[in-house]
Design a protein around this ligand. Sequence first.
Ligand code: FAD
Length: 307
Amino acid sequence: MLGPVILAASRSDRMRRLISAAPVTKQVVDRFIPGETVADIVPIIKDLTGKGLELTMDVVGEDITTPEQATAARDAYLALIDHLKELELGEKVEMSVKLSMFGQALEGGHELALANVRPVVEAAAAIGTTVTLDAEDHTTLDSMFAIHEELRKDFPQTGCVIQAYLFRTEADAKRLAEAGSRVRLVKGAYKEPAEVAYQQKHEIDKAYVRILKTLMEGEGYPMVGSHDPRLISIVQELAHKAGRKLDEYEFQMLYGIRGDEHLRLAAEGHRMRVYTAYGTDWYGYFMRRLAEKPANLRFFLRSMVSK
Ligand code: FAD
């Protein structure tokens, strides 16, 4: 019941101002967003990759309102890639980007987002890694898929995300399950209306398995973004049935959620990529993490009253 309320709050400017300025215990935010600057995050990158994990990096931010902010987002990713170059980790550390942070919702936003994200994809390719386009709310997806297709003409390894809760996704998965594609499947984290998305958890889970099967039986590279223990074992069954070796798909989980499971899967020889977010504009990302698990909200509220 609480999830949709928190998700509505995640898009409210008033709540953003209120919560961002609140004396939130740093520890609560740090659980999911373990740093504000590149300097904070480099030791974490070294630590996690040293433990056999791979990473996808998210500089937090979304729904920007001026072209200057979009340029700043591009530059923040370029600065990160500059640091990654020195670490020489190649595809062990890739980037995840939200096109709304690159100007997608502004006037002429489709072209603006493409123009801003292209240099990031180029810079990533130059150090032997790649970029995945995150999926935001359903109104942004036609533009995201068109940008993905455009980028893939020069950088075929550019990935994208599909969301199991949307009715459209089974068709998107069939289209995307082609040789050379990299597709992350997630359940979906936004508040979506019943006209476009399943609302019940069991329906979303069933759709997830159907889409997973399409990706596993297809020719692309599936990236399984979930912490759900039931799905994790279904993934291994489906991969085995489709004759995929351990390096022909990967698991992805969020930093701060089921950390022991990250290490367990990596120790079993799986590719395990941790989605690691950092930066100061953490509000939207943080609120979606609260919405996914109401216990997080209780912990968060307790931290506010105990300040
Ligand atoms: P759930 O059924 O929600 O959770 C399964 C179990 O995982 C829970 O019982 C709990 O133990 C644990 N868990 C899950 N979430 C939390 C949490 N917040 N705090 C503590 N424990 C938790 N969504 C998008 O819409 N677009 C994206 O681009 C996108 N990218 C993602 C990238 C990655 C790598 C991952 C893992 C998720 C991404 N998501 C994205 C979020 C996703 O859509 C889900 O909201 C999120 O993963 C929770 O779903 P679940 O599959 O883990 O299953």
